[in-house]
Design a protein around this ligand. Structure first.
Ligand SMILES: Cc1cc2nc3c(=O)[nH]c(=O)nc-3n(C[C@H](O)[C@H](O)[C@H](O)COP(=O)(O)O)c2cc1C
Ligand SMILES: [Fe+2]
Ligand SMILES: [Fe+2]
Length: 397
């Protein structure tokens, strides 16, 4: 049975949800599932905008068959070769062997490697090329490294719709909805949309910024991404968030305290500092890096202006889970944050130095000199030290 959604008289959502997936791309937990979006345009020519992940091939094919209603498929536009959008391409080509694949030259090379049998009748397009499909003019806009190097987006000049590839997407299944205005921006989009952005394209802020610049010259009535909801309202709010995230500008004046603790003493010190910061008016959130996955820590580090990392010394280094979390933050290219450190060690505490070393890879970071050091546990007479540490953080807010 097909399961499609009408977007306009000529455009249909032909994607599908996967709620069985545990980890997207083998790394990111997706407790609310994942949607793989595909769109079908019925003009004088028929155009399929991307295919879908192999987990949903059957549903996706039924949707396309229904949408075409017996017509032939003329074009398959491949915006992005990553298999979450192309794994069903071979199946589509088996049913519609005459469909022309439209993609960038780089994408064509990749498709030939991934799917040597399916990558036939390929028509490569470059920046600003157009395709006339009858009453619609489709303009292609390259977006290199807005996840992968071959990526492009398509602007439907007729209906002012941007098919945005992975940009403006989100984790989470659609659950029968399609438009972002059917759910709450703050509650249902922001946490997962941010976690998706930071982890999937966070490293490529510069390239996302370039795409935003190109997009700002277009009149956009709708954004159709490859994951998550379609945007027809509050597009300005979405673009505002993307502008902050891509420029590594903190979203909130807030403190993230990410801590690790084997026996609980570093955790107690983190709690004491949180309490002092709170009582002096700061917004604070605490995360145990042994409990929260790195993608959550990365997303919160993008959100918050101030980051406190607290960890025990571990075999002359920093506790393993904290080391991983910090390396993930550095790998995602975070910039422009104020960072402070709480270290612990029973005989030779060095974890603050080690943590700062990892984050020194990041640009435009401010490291607060005042380090709070615990020798196994925060002693009662160290309260003034904890307060001085918190004050040093507050002084930069
Ligand atoms: C595997 C392991 C290795 C450790 N290596 C060091 C070390 O190299 N230097 C040090 O001063 N303490 C080391 N410690 C001790 C912890 O850093 C110390 O006990 C700390 O107080 C633990 O804080 P917690 O109560 O928050 O877990 C090590 C502990 C463990 C379990
Ligand atoms: Fe992707
Ligand atoms: Fe994707």
């Amino acid at each position: 049975m097909y399961c499609v959604k009408k977007i306009t008289d000529s455009l249909l959502w032909t994607g599908a949800d996967d709620r069985r997936i545990v980890c997207f791309e083998g790394v990111y937990p997706v407790p609310d599932g994942m949607s793989y979006n595909s769109y079908l345009m019925n003009d004088e020519k028929t155009v399929l905008f991307d295919t879908a992940d192999k987990a949903v091939t059957e549903q996706f094919l039924e949707n396309v068959r229904y949408g075409l209603n017996g017509r032939a498929l003329d074009y398959i536009i491949v915006h992005h070769v990553e298999p979450d959008h192309t794994a069903s391409l071979a199946a589509v080509k088996r049913i519609y062997p005459d469909a022309k694949i439209v993609c960038t030259a780089k994408a064509a090379e990749m498709l030939a490697r991934f799917y040597p049998e399916a990558a036939t009748s390929v028509m490569t397009v470059a920046e600003n090329d157009t395709l006339e499909t009858g009453s619609h003019t489709l303009r292609f806009v390259t977006a290199p490294m807005v996840h992968w190097p071959e990526v492009m987006v398509t602007y439907d000049e007729t209906d002012k719709i941007l098919f945005s590839a992975d940009a403006f997407g989100s984790f989470g299944a659609l659950n029968g909805t399609l438009f972002s205005d059917e759910v709450c921006f703050k509650r249902d989009f922001l946490p997962e949309g941010r976690r998706y952005y930071c982890n999937i394209v966070g490293k490529y802020g510069l390239q996302v910024g370039m795409l935003l610049k190109k997009v700002s010259a277009l009149e956009i009535k709708m954004i159709c991404p490859l994951h998550g909801h379609v945007w027809r309202e509050k597009i300005d709010k979405l673009l505002e968030k993307y502008s902050l995230w891509s420029s590594y500008t903190p979203e909130d004046k807030s403190v993230m305290i990410a801590y690790a603790s084997v026996y609980g003493n570093t955790e107690k010190a983190a709690e004491v500092v949180a309490e002092i910061l709170r009582s002096k008016g700061a917004d604070v959130k605490l995360y145990d890096v042994s409990v929260k996955t790195n993608d959550v820590i990365v997303a919160e580090a993008f959100r918050c202006s101030h980051l406190i990392f607290a960890a025990p010394t571990y075999n002359g280094g920093v506790f393993v889970r904290m080391e991983e979390a910090l390396r993930e933050i550095a790998a995602h290219g975070l910039k422009n944050r104020v960072c402070a450190f709480i270290q612990n060690g029973s005989w030779a505490a060095v974890s603050a130095k080690k943590m700062q070393e990892i984050l020194s890879e990041c640009k435009d970071m401010t490291f607060i000199e005042n380090v709070l050091t615990l020798k196994s546990a925060l002693a009662d007479d160290q309260y003034p030290e904890a307060e001085a540490f918190a004050d040093a953080v507050l002084a930069t807010m």
